[in-house]
Design a protein around this ligand. Structure first.
Ligand code: CA
Length: 220
């Protein structure tokens, strides 16, 4: 999942970015309103974390423009403790949730998961597919009732493939949602992760669709 973090406070931005990366999110961090708009125009983010007081264009205007353009990606606003009126304005302008600074990054991660779950129409953080059970909150994968150890990337990759099982996802789509700007990506990175997942799950669960991408299949 790829998130956009819009925050001009360097300490807070850095802390949020690193915690969320450890939670398996790809995080692009921009520090002012104009950069935020460029990023939002360039990529279909899964979710936006939006500070309101920003240099350039302020967060509320960015949010209103998003919603005016019928862009429905979930937005969590990041606000100061004393700014109740900002929070109300934010929610009424189309924000889905808010976090009051200073906040616990783990709580923020849980709010992100909750919003993404709702976006995907899931009532619990668990995806079951064939003999696979993936817990999106704890990042535990069970295959044929046995726990499978996954790296953060493998977890992200399999959660993307399980988002719409039976649909083909291209390598470019996977790369786009797996890696942020600040991350070096080897040209064969996705192939390597798929290869490693197949070693753990058998070779038939993830099917390669020639020239198109990858697909999860229930009955190999
Ligand atoms: Ca600020």
């Amino acid at each position: 999942m790829r998130l956009l973090l819009v925050e001009d406070d360097p300490m807070l931005g850095d802390a949020v970015q690193s915690v969320l990366q450890q939670e398996s999110f790809a995080v692009d961090w921009v520090r002012d309103g104009e950069e935020a708009e460029l990023a939002l125009a360039a990529l279909p983010y899964d979710l936006v974390l939006l500070d309101l007081g920003l240099p350039g264009k302020n967060g509320l205007d960015i949010l209103r423009d998003l919603r005016r353009n019928k862009i429905s990606m979930p937005v969590i606003i990041l606000t100061a403790l004393d700014a109740v009126s900002d929070r109300i304005a934010g929610l009424d302008s189309g924000a889905d949730d808010y976090q009051v600074k200073p906040f616990d990054p783990d709580e923020l991660a849980a709010r992100i998961r909750a919003l993404l779950r709702r976006r995907d129409g899931r009532v619990e953080p668990i995806i079951t597919f064939g003999l696979l059970t993936l817990n999106l909150a704890t990042r535990e994968l069970y295959f044929q009732e046995k726990p499978i150890r996954l790296s953060l990337r493998e977890f992200s990759l399999i959660s993307l493939l399980l988002e719409r099982p039976g649909a083909t996802v291209s390598r470019e789509q996977l790369e786009e949602r797996l890696y942020g700007w600040n991350e070096e990506v080897e040209s064969n990175a996705i192939e390597v992760h798929i290869h490693n997942l197949r070693k753990k799950l058998g070779h038939n669960l993830i099917r390669t669709i020639r020239g198109a991408g990858y697909m999860m299949v229930e009955k190999p």
